[in-house]
Design a protein around this ligand. Sequence first.
Ligand SMILES: C[S@@+](CC[C@H](N)C(=O)[O-])C[C@H]1O[C@@H](n2cnc3c(N)ncnc32)[C@H](O)[C@@H]1O
Length: 393
Amino acid sequence: MSAKSNKGGAQAPLLGSKIRLNIEKLAIGGAGVARHEGMVVFVPQAAPNEEVLAEVTLVKKNFVEAKLVEVLKPSPFRREPPCLVANVCGGCNWQHITEDEQRRQKEKLVLETIQKFNRGVEFEYLPIQESPRVLRYRNRIQPKFKHNRFGFFARNSHDIVEINDCPITESALTDKFGEVKEWLKEKNSKDLQRLEMYISEEGPVRYGLINEDDDGIGFSQVNRFQNEDLVHTALSWAGEEKYEQVFDLYAGSGNFTFPFAQKYPEAQITGVELNPKLVERAKSRIQGQRVKYFLSDVETYMRRASIGKQDLVLLDPPRAGASELIMRTLAAAQPKKIIYISCHPVSLARDLNWFFAWSQKLGTRMKLTRVQAFEMFPQTDHVETIAELRVDS
Ligand SMILES: C[S@@+](CC[C@H](N)C(=O)[O-])C[C@H]1O[C@@H](n2cnc3c(N)ncnc32)[C@H](O)[C@@H]1O
């Protein structure tokens, strides 16, 4: 086996070889990023500004993956994780990094990703919004149980890491772990049991078994403390203008729909959501004729949607983002304002790129006015972002 070089002349290290690396920053997905003879190397569990010894586990044309073997010179941002099983559990990947640095990395990642996909697009970039809680913030979890072991899947594996606590989860849930384990033991099943535990909207903790392809209660914002800030920011960015219609695309059970209906009492409000459980929950909250909820795929809905120039569109898709057709339809409609809430910077950046490409082709004029990252998932590499587009006047 010999070292390979790619088109740019970078030399790939050999599979299984151990290399010294300086970690420059963190990447989407959570790994540390370093360069080795011109080649980008991703090292999970590394921290920014540290020197590590890593073993090469995967060699691709344009990048390499390596496993952390030893921290040679620790990062100033490395710390003892608050969770006892952080090094093995598949749940959190940034517990070994201080919270200030986690936020700094996320702020940088969101900006770099948007700029990479949208060269020359200028916008105001606001400082990342901190989460009111960095621990004990999760109100919904999906633990596993097998052979009397209760916990979460280990990193890159279906082995169960046993837990008695989970420091990122609200204590109303962790206090129930003992009761849940007893309940599971009584079932006497040899099969893997997947379950969901959550704090219900009414207050009490609920739990139950779910299937492999079941998403349990369906989507709900897992950090209710930070969700308040997010909804508040979306409302404030929507502003004091008058809108004829407000569209809430990917509306869930109405997290944004109902606060917007309250703020804009003269507007017609439309929620679009694919999950029947969530649509049913939202419909049970509707009073009067002004709020309409559709059980539909957003793309299908967009083919018949009549979005006008006096309207507001909220968009809060899952990690995969929206689609070219959706962004094209929005670019053509040119509503007064679009507020895009994203849980994945890459799909947000790609969707914005589609939007601007279509705006240019169609000769419409909307610009990206402001963007802010939100720390919604402390101790992990996940980040929420809110972006505002409005007509360029
Ligand atoms: C990130 S969540 C946002 C939900 C809601 N805005 C909230 O804050 O609770 C994305 C939502 O999109 C829904 N969804 C996923 N794919 C969809 C599609 N193709 N069309 C409509 N809704 C979809 C999911 O069920 C989920 O409720």
